[in-house]
Design a protein around this ligand. Structure first.
Ligand code: ADP
Ligand code: MG
Length: 627
């Protein structure tokens, strides 16, 4: 008897991914056709609104690259519209016989170059300070447009010639050119999302510090993203100025346009392809309404300011992600989750535990040499003249009480933080400052509190690391063939294949530790630094972590690990460095370290020794032996 197949209900069909995919494509085609043919509409004011909506949509779509993908909220996107408009207006003044359309590409390039300059200037700021700089930039550009009168004609503005085409064509050329620019802008966003460049931007949005440690050169990514985000809005500015046939500093560098662009991105859905466009086509009619019915001006400020607040409170993800979420909820109502899934079974480890780690102490040359590192936070000397080495091929432990500076030492070695003084030599040469170049040299690290990119899937997390930097690589597919194969292999290695397509945010803490290890392994590092790999995870996972470390070490990878679980450390590591108050107070093989009175005093405590002796039947003579 065969089991009865579950009947496919109408609800299932309606909710299915296929139905929605086809539905949204049809909707998209219809919307595109309506948009393209809109100038056929008899209403001149509606035509005007649509042209302005197109301009806004191009701006929002570009802004989405830095705000949606890279996570930088910019209030200066409108400035690039103005810059584009001014470039065309000024050139038209110089060469009045040439059609202003000719200058459109130059407007795009000019806007992009200035945007890249802005990115260079702001590359260290984030969050609120970044937003404030972008507002200041808008006013700075406006100031230049007002003051540089020989070129811009100051506050009086520049009048452009009227369109030189037959009257019957009305606004068709403006409309069609803007439609093409919007299509290109969306196409560019689509392409970016599929490349290494796009994945890097998402990684920067999720956790810029972590992105550096896996080899992502954030400043270059940001400079490029800023440039690309301004290209089409600069060209749209060129068309916008020609369409209005007048550019002036107040109209062209308006904070309201900037806010509308941000609103469009947030309303439609940050980081989605069509969200910003949808947002723009909702915001612009509202803008027209505010202008016609409430007299514009301050009423618009109240309207859009209020809308921004409402949006952030009620619909923080925006319309498109909101709909997606509702759909997923409806779909998963009867579905069984992954929660019951277990780790993949792994074959018993073939490595002989006793044979692998060279128990003779430190014969090898140092792979890592830390010399006189200092780092203080205010008056707190977290790391204070810290020096030690990590012999090549070893599994070296860095142990010490909470707050002794272990994590800070890791941050200084990986470049996540800059040291106040001291040097770190790797493979005999000093490390450069940036965390990504340290990752490229072969230093991989995990974090005490795991830092996976939570909005990416497990597989996306694994293919994010970059072993070097090249411009060519930016354009490669986000997941290339050999890389995906390697990622799958590593996932199997840490026993997490079942979770390949799960979002990283859905993993348990221990599972995140394993995935983070696999992620670091994608870098093929010579040295792996693990910050409390066994902390907060269950005994089975601890055993697996130990096995993995041993296997990798047997294949030649050097380890430096921080861990409080002493049995784990003593079984796995040799040599051991003991840190207290930011300084190495003892080092040597585990046998000596666990009996060292200084270490017992500063970290392990007398109870530890008594405990060890009760296990080995020793006599409690330690007290006298101390000092
Ligand atoms: P451990 O990892 O050994 O527990 P940490 O390196 O995390 O120790 O911390 C060492 C000291 O530095 C602590 O006193 C901690 O409060 C301080 N510290 C660490 N990071 C920061 C920071 N980003 N800002 C201020 N103080 C910090
Ligand atoms: Mg720590």
């Amino acid at each position: 008897m065969s089991s009865p197949a579950t009947p496919v209900t109408l609800r299932d069909r309606l909710l299915s991914e296929r139905t929605w995919k086809i539905g949204s494509r049809v909707l998209l085609v219809v919307a595109a056709v309506v948009l393209l043919l809109f100038p056929l509409s008899p209403s001149a004011s509606a035509q005007n609104t649509i042209i302005l909506a197109l301009v806004l949509a191009i701006g929002a779509s570009g802004l989405n690259i830095i705000t949606g993908y890279a996570g930088y909220l910019s209030l200066s996107q409108g400035a690039f519209l103005g810059i584009g408009a001014y470039i065309t207006a000024v050139l038209t003044r110089v060469a009045p016989d040439v059609s202003p359309f000719v200058w459109m590409p130059l407007s795009g390039i000019g806007a992009a170059l200035i945007a890249m300059l802005l990115a260079l200037v702001t590359y260290r700021s984030r969050g609120p300070s970044f937003v404030i700089i972008t507002i200041a930039f808008l006013f700075l550009v406006q100031f230049v447009a007002i003051e540089w009168t020989e070129v811009t004609n100051g506050s009086a503005g520049i009048t452009l010639p009227l369109p030189d085409w037959p009257r019957e064509l009305r606004n068709w050329p403006f409309h069609l050119v803007l439609c093409v620019l919007l299509a290109l802008s969306v196409l560019m966003s689509w392409a970016i999302r599929r490349t290494k460049f796009g994945t890097g931007l998402i990684a920067i949005r999720e956790d810029e510090g972590k992105a550096g440690t896996i080899g992502i050169n954030a400043p270059i990514y940001k400079v490029l993203a800023f440039g690309l985000s301004a290209v089409f809005v600069g060209m749209a500015g060129s068309v916008y100025g020609y369409y209005l046939s007048f550019v002036d500093p107040i109209g062209m560098f308006s904070i309201i346009i900037c806010v509308q662009m941000v609103l469009a991105v947030i309303l439609g859905g940050r980081g989605t392809l069509f969200g910003p466009v949808l947002g723009a086509f909702l915001i612009e009619p509202l803008n027209a309404l505010a202008n016609n019915s409430f007299g514009g001006g301050n009423a618009r400020l109240v309207l859009f300011g209020g809308l921004l607040v409402l949006l952030v409170v009620l619909l923080p993800q925006g319309i498109i992600p909101g709909i997606r979420r509702l759909l997923e909820k409806a779909r998963s109502r009867d579905a069984v989750g992954l929660s019951g899934a277990r780790l993949d079974p792994r074959p018993a480890v073939v490595v002989d535990r006793t044979a692998v780690a060279p128990r003779s102490s430190e014969p090898a040359r140092p792979l890592l040499e830390v010399r006189g590192l200092h780092k203080s936070f205010g008056g707190n000397h977290a790391v204070d003249d810290c020096s030690f080495t990590v012999p090549e091929g070893s599994i070296t432990a860095l142990i010490g009480p909470n707050g002794s500076g272990k994590t800070t030492v890791f941050n200084l070695i990986s470049g996540t933080m800059a040291a106040d003084a001291g040097t770190v030599l790797f493979d005999g040469t000093e490390l450069s400052r940036n965390s990504w170049s340290r990752a490229h040299r072969g230093i991989g690290r995990t974090f005490q509190i795991t830092r996976l990119f939570r909005e990416m899937t497990v597989l996306e997390n694994l293919v994010a690391p970059l072993r070097d930097f090249s411009f060519r690589q930016l354009g490669l597919g986000a997941v290339s063939g050999t890389e995906a194969a390697k990622a799958e292999e590593l996932l199997a290695f840490v026993g997490m294949s079942a979770y390949r397509d799960a979002p990283a945010s859905s993993l348990s803490y221990g599972q995140q530790k394993l995935v983070e290890l696999a992620q670091v392994l994608m870098l093929d590092p010579k040295l792996i630094m693990l910050d409390e790999p066994a902390g907060g995870i269950n005994p089975t996972l601890i055993a697996r972590m130990g096995d993995l470390i041993r296997e990798l070490n047997a294949e030649g990878t050097t380890f430096l690990l921080v861990e409080h679980n002493m049995p784990f450390v003593l079984e796995l590591c040799d040599p051991i460095r003991v840190l207290a108050k930011g300084r190495v107070i003892a080092e040597g093989p585990p046998e000596l370290i666990q009996k060292d009175p200084v270490v017992l005093d500063a970290y392990l405590g007398d109870d530890y020794l008594l405990d060890q002796q009760s296990k080995t039947g020793g006599v409690a003579v330690v007290k006298g032996a101390r000092r």
